[in-house]
Design a protein. Structure first.
Length: 343
């Protein structure tokens, strides 16, 4: 009897592992295919041979400019920003045990946006200053959100409601900054706020790429403690997890990634919100959804950008397409949670 039970447990574990590996591999293949399409599609369609020759350093008239200057930076911005948004959203949703607990809804992205818009339309600072201001504002927003959510005890429902209110207040600050800004700054600010890969340049991408490459391994290493945090404070502590230190490391890594991604591409709507639940449905239970959620984020951003560029007569920024996808799901979640009494 005991042997049968152990065999069933081991079989279930192997099945879950195979499912995780299969789903992650498929998501990676789809991400690579979309990266290839980003380089392939445009006003002029170049063959795979030409694309490879350009990427390996060969100079080809017309193709080099189109691929290296326009398409490659756009693809890399979507790749790393999408991964950052997807991974960070999954971390917050898992850590706080609520699908609404993501940087978009909690006001973290909007806090970074306020700092960026202030730097763009009021101070007229360099891109480097915008990056630093966005990261600091994101961290400040998280700190403010935490302290506003504490009364006698910590409540997830209160955290989400405070975050939604904070997001609305910060949105009003952005509206005020746009109203008092000079006319020639408004177009740049709105392009940034809509969440767009247009105008991405290679010299703007190193901070985003470095941040993702540095923070992602840290969050992956904390994948098991993150899963235990989902069981609750007492259960995680009883299993030997230093909950405060783990949360601080996860929050710092996630906020840094999402703040730098926001500073690079603008606040691409709902990617952080959608990636985690989609990854959880695909992977199932038993394994961390951090990496799959990052890959889902890549797929959402790149696919939405391709749709925005080529599916309509008018070209739309990527944030408009992801917003159309995410808004109905947000309404559905709010209705479902209200019926369950989670608020």
């Amino acid at each position: 009897m005991m042997n049968n039970t152990i065999n069933m447990i081991m079989l279930g574990r192997r099945q879950r592992r195979r499912r995780y590996v299969l789903v992650t591999s498929i998501l990676a293949v789809i991400s690579c295919a979309l990266c290839g399409l980003m380089l392939y599609l445009g006003n002029t369609i170049y063959s795979l041979d030409v694309i490879i020759r350009v990427l390996t350093g060969e100079k080809i008239k017309g193709a080099t400019f189109a691929i290296e200057t326009i398409r490659l930076p756009r693809m890399l911005a979507g790749l790393f920003a999408g991964f950052a948004f997807g991974l960070s959203g999954s971390v917050f949703q898992t850590m706080l045990r609520n699908p609404l607990a993501n940087p978009n809804v909690l006001g973290i992205t909007t806090g970074s946006s306020v700092a960026a818009i202030f730097c763009i339309v009021i101070l007229h600072t360099s891109e480097a200053v915008v990056f630093v201001a966005s990261v600091l504002a994101g961290l400040a927003t998280v700190t403010l959100l935490y302290f506003l959510s504490i009364r006698k005890s910590f409540s997830l429902g209160r955290l989400i409601l405070v975050g939604i209110g904070l997001d609305a207040m910060l949105g009003a600050v952005i509206s005020y900054l746009l109203r008092i800004s000079a006319e020639y700054d408004i177009a740049k600010a709105y392009r940034w706020l809509s969440g767009s890969l247009n105008g991405s340049q290679m010299d703007e991408l190193p901070p985003l790429i470095i941040t993702v490459l540095v923070c992602t391994p840290v969050i992956i290493l904390l994948g098991k403690p993150l899963g235990l945090l989902e069981l609750g404070e007492q259960a995680a502590t009883s299993l030997g997890i230093h909950t405060n230190r783990t949360r601080i490391a996860l929050i710092l890594g996630s906020v840094c990634m999402i703040a730098v991604a926001t500073a690079t591409t603008g606040p691409i709507a709902f990617v952080a919100f959608l990636a985690g639940p989609i990854a959880s449905r695909l992977v199932g239970i038993g394994y961390s959804t951090v990496v799959p959620a990052g890959l889902v984020g890549v797929i959402l951003v790149l696919a939405a950008d391709l749709i925005g560029q080529f599916a309509f007569e008018t070209r739309f920024p990527v944030g408009v397409i992801t917003g159309i996808l995410g808004a109905p799901y947000l309404i559905y979640l709010l209705i479902r949670m209200n019926r369950k009494g989670d608020f």
